[in-house]
Design a protein around this ligand. Structure first.
Ligand SMILES: [Cu+2]
Length: 472
């Protein structure tokens, strides 16, 4: 649901808006009212009510910002402000974002549209907006200090340009970037082609989301902004599994997924059950002759990738980052590997002192997925999520593509779990087991398979002589 807030009332000052000198011709009295959204639910596509028609996108756990048409110009109002974002049920983060959310709302326009952005700064420090990937006049590029003055707290600046080429873009501050992006300031931008385009095929469903990451200590709510590598929450649109909505499609749909990366590392994004092609980057649609089938595409830092595929296999297909640490929630990395370690003796000693002591990891870490362990307030279990057959043992950048033959066109609701047809699911073998014939090498290897006979080695230890303590 949209909440409308009175702009001047919320700023607490009457007529407090100040325009950039270069666009002072814009009548401030005509400032569009900002539209605020506070739920992290995936909103249905925003079908354009005016302007040129297009097939709208669906932002995972996000929404598209409505505009106002003013004498042929699409006017938007972005408010940079502190927000509270639910990362997944059970954890809320204190972030910075736009219009009530991190990421901010998706901007959707059509190639050739003239767009005007009113950007109000309600942060405690200055900011700007850079329109990543756009062709625009240099003074609209948003690098604070280089292309424009910083937008000080309480001020409103105006950006205006023509969306010259169709494609997949994003926006983010270019002012105290490390802090402001670590706090969640970013948003998606899609410029739809006007009419048919030789390199942009029509699709039935078009999804988008940003890759972002946070370092929030368990029990706290504000990201540590100086973290460079060791983030503990890997998120899509500031949501972690099981908080990321599923991508629900109808069997036979042509599907497009657009992904942008504003984290500090690359993410190989992997889809199960289907092959896709990279149909576009932030540089625009890719030439058709350059496309080859993939099931994983790496999205490097600062890049966008747009993939297209035909959803022709029914089921619940995992869709995730292939870095296995990125499908985990908050975890410590300085933990020794305990696989194969027999704790039994030490455990009985410890539990006599600390009755609730738990042994972890001597048979792998899968136990973590089903354990009912006490965790601090406001954090997420490392591995979580229950599927129809037990714990999914995932976190972070993980969700599912759900393909159903009876999903109605235009219906984005979660259809529930897929029921595999009889005889099409992996099953337990209950027949006799024979020993596998293992390969034995007798060849010239640097290390022989044959054991060399052990020689008893006797060691005599001599401690330094002298003093009262003699050696044994
Ligand atoms: Cu990743």
């Amino acid at each position: 649901m949209f909440n409308r807030r009175r702009f001047f009332k919320s700023l607490g000052i009457a007529g407090g808006a100040v325009a950039a000198a270069s666009v002072s011709r814009v009548a401030m009295a005509a400032l569009p009212e900002p539209i605020i959204q506070t739920t992290p639910d995936t909103m249905p596509p925003l079908v354009p009510k005016d302007g040129r028609p297009y097939n709208p996108v669906v932002t995972l756990n996000g929404w598209t910002l409505p505009w106002r048409m003013n004498k042929g110009v699409k006017e938007f109002h972005l408010v940079a402000e502190p927000v509270i974002r639910e990362i997944a049920p059970g954890m809320k983060a204190h972030l910075w974002g736009y219009n009530g959310q991190s990421p901010g709302p998706t901007i959707e326009v059509v190639e050739g549209d003239r767009v005007r952005f009113f950007v109000t700064n309600k942060l405690p420090e200055h900011t700007t907006i850079h329109w990543h990937g756009q062709r625009l006049p240099n003074g609209m590029d948003g690098v604070g200090g280089l292309n424009q003055k910083q937008i000080d707290p309480g001020k409103t600046f105006v950006y205006e340009f023509v969306a010259r080429r169709p494609g997949t873009f994003m926006y983010h501050p270019h002012a105290d970037e490390m802090t402001q992006m670590a706090m969640g300031m970013m948003g998606f931008w899609v410029t739809h082609p006007k009419g048919s385009h030789p390199l942009i095929d029509p699709v039935d469903r078009d999804f988008c989301f940003l890759l972002n990451a946070y370092d929030i200590d368990p029990g706290s709510a504000t990201p540590k902004v100086n973290t460079m590598i060791d983030f503990n929450l890997w998120t899509w649109n500031s949501r972690a599994f099981p908080g990321i909505d599923t991508l629900n499609v109808r069997k036979g749909d042509r599907v497009r997924i657009r992904i942008g990366n504003l984290t500090m590392t690359n993410h190989p994004i992997h889809l199960h059950g289907h092959e896709f092609v990279v149909s576009g980057t932030d540089g625009g649609p890719t030439p058709k002759g350059s496309r080859w089938p993939e099931v994983t595409t790496d999205v490097a830092v600062g890049q966008m990738r747009q993939v297209d595929f035909l959803a022709d296999e029914e089921g619940d297909w995992a869709f995730h980052c292939h870095k296995s640490h990125h499908t985990m929630n908050a975890m410590g990395h300085n933990v020794p590997t305990m696989i194969g370690v027999d704790h039994r003796e030490i455990v009985s000693k410890i539990t006599s002192l600390i009755p609730e002591y738990m042994v972890m990891g001597e048979r792998g870490m899968a136990d973590m997925g089903e354990m009912e362990m006490q965790i601090p307030d406001n954090t997420l279990p490392m591995m979580t999520g229950a599927g129809p057959y037990g714990p999914v043992e995932m976190g972070g950048m993980f969700t599912m593509l759900k393909v159903r033959r009876d999903q109605k066109p235009g219906d984005y609701k979660d259809p529930g779990w897929y029921k595999q047809p009889e005889g099409t699911q992996a099953f337990e073998w209950t027949g006799a087991l024979t020993e596998p014939a293992r390969f034995k090498s007798e060849g010239r290897q640097s290390m022989s398979l044959k054991e060399t006979p052990k020689k008893e080695v006797e060691v005599t230890v001599k401690k330094p002589a002298g003093g009262a303590h003699g050696g044994h």
